[in-house]
Design a protein around this ligand. Structure first.
Ligand code: FES
Length: 117
């Protein structure tokens, strides 16, 4: 079974070009606001352990503070070494005052095994 949790962040706390970190069910999520909207991805770099929210945001590019890997916050794709694995993205919806992030834990263990053919 897949676990879903939503978090709501006031847009007033999320100025354009800034990132915030939130802990959701033991998982660190980075939420950022760009000219193109609000995006949410894993906060922990896929290369080693560093918080992307403590790095820099340049357009849609989040740059890790430890070794400089870059990720596209729209897709989680790696844009720059040394990271080679993408980071996970999460759905974001916005209203006039808040961004709501839906965090789906794809690491959840299925409650029952899949049916055999
Ligand atoms: S920990 Fe992010 S690039 Fe190494």
């Amino acid at each position: 079974m897949e676990n879903r949790t939503t978090i709501s962040i006031p847009l007033a706390e999320l100025a354009e070009g800034h990132m915030v970190s939130r802990s959701v069910d033991g998982r660190e999520i980075m939420v950022c606001r760009t000219k193109g909207g609000v995006f949410a991805v894993d906060d922990i770099c896929s290369h080693a352990y560093a918080r992307l929210s403590e790095g820099r945001l340049r357009g849609f590019r989040a740059i890790c503070p430890l070794h400089g890997a870059a990720f596209d916050v729209r897709t989680g794709a790696v844009l720059g070494a040394p990271a080679t694995r993408p980071i996970e993205c999460f759905a974001v919806t916005c209203d006039a005052t808040h961004a709501t992030v839906t965090v789906t834990d794809s690491r959840a263990i299925p409650q029952s095994p899949p049916a055999m053919p």
